[in-house]
Design a protein around this ligand. Sequence first.
Ligand code: PA5
Length: 424
Amino acid sequence: MITLDYTRTDLQEDIFSYQQKVNELHQQLNDKTCLGNDYIGWLDWPENYDKEELTRIKEVAQEIREKADVLLVCGIGGSYLGARSAIEMLQGLYSQNKLEIIYTGNTVSSTYLYQTLKHIEGKSVYLNVISKSGTTTETAVAFRLYQQYIVDKFGVEESKKRIIATTDKNKGTLKTLADQNGYRTFVIPDDIGGRYSVFTAVGLLPIAAAGFDVEKILAGSRQAMKDLSDPSLRNNAAYQYAVIRRILQNKGKDVEFLVSYEPNMTMVSEWWKQLFGESEGKEEKGLLPASVTFTTDLHSMGQFIQQGTKCFFETTLAVDTPLHDLTFPNDESNLDKMNYLAGKSIDWVNKMACQGTVAAHHEVGGIDNLIIHLPKIDEENYGYMIYFFFKACAMSVLLLNVNPFNQPGVEVYKKNMFKLLGKE
Ligand code: PA5
């Protein structure tokens, strides 16, 4: 479903010269002998997911849709970005959805927490707390506040229905807490890290609660798994992307901008930044993943991109068919002088903006521009795209001889914070 167009790049190395290395790493991934091999459960998850758990996810999601006005999704990083990226991409930023989803547990801003607590007053609230470790401070701080709110408002018995924990199968603080309080639980598999977890209950429960067909998401990911199982750089778009990222960094491009033209794709970019940033940024290596949403950011970052320091390349994530389209109306008076667009589709205008921008950046600015084509905004395409990025990210990082599946650097700030907070 996804295609990669790299005709607007000036690659100073032959992409096919990487074939042998790619074959070796592909084999290591499949044999589970690569760096970080205890965290590659995501690789065959589209086929090997827990079918019984999926049935439970759909049942609980249906209950949430029937009973709740608000679903609080309480998690941070990989424990919320996937769900949010899917829901915003698939439903858009304004929707008729009766269920409001509030993402929390991803900040310790007192203002944010105070205002969300005020906002949910008088509403029927369900809470899905998501944490693999069960000890993440941002999530734990928010969880205790909402847990107490729900117990106070709805009572101890009712809170057992309204609070649902997604966490480790057997161990950890959140698992113990959930079991002791009688909360329902879903599992984050041991061999799947946070940023690779959107196809597990971490992502699927909130996405199903938002009303989307999670079977179709899994079907899209399964299709990608099949399409991207051939290591040949002639056929595998994810591996082409992985190799081109390395070639462009070798050429001195240390930053990659993911460019989108759809505001409902902004959280996909946020998810993508976490995936690549946390997987790749180690041992003083890696591309800095950045993102812009055009044409909005052409009026802020556009100047720098066109004429500033040339330390970056662009990867345009182009949506061929958007969620909705409109026809630009005629106006007899034409006082705004906009009748030259009368009868044209707004999406066509957006596509022309994209074409014009890519040409300006590449032909005039000399910027390498990769284009990833996503045919459509729907569940299958979401599943396909996410698996495409998983596979591309793993290969791209393994090409650097870096473990794509850990995040040792994140612990440094936590240690300092715990010390300052007086945690034992
Ligand atoms: O990708 C990752 O592993 C991280 O972003 C984690 O998902 C994030 O730190 C949250 O961790 P946890 O689920 O343990 O609360």
